[in-house]
Design a protein. Structure first.
Length: 62
């Protein structure tokens, strides 16, 4: 579950996760995808790059 806002600066990043995955599926590099999404601050980039999507695994335990 991607956080809605960056923990450091408070910028909204939750709406960019699906677009980020779509850009990666098109064989774009991580850095270029983040630039395309206009995530310039290193804190926001960290939030997206280090996110682990666990929701699919958690749904198995419902």
């Amino acid at each position: 579950i991607i956080p809605v806002r960056c923990f450091s600066c408070g910028k909204v990043i939750g709406d960019k996760w699906a677009a980020y995955l779509d850009l990666l599926a098109r064989d774009m590099s991580e850095g270029d995808a983040l630039d395309e999404l206009q995530l310039k601050r290193y804190c926001c980039r960290r939030m997206v790059l280090t996110h682990v999507d666990l929701i699919e695994k958690l749904l198995h335990y419902n």
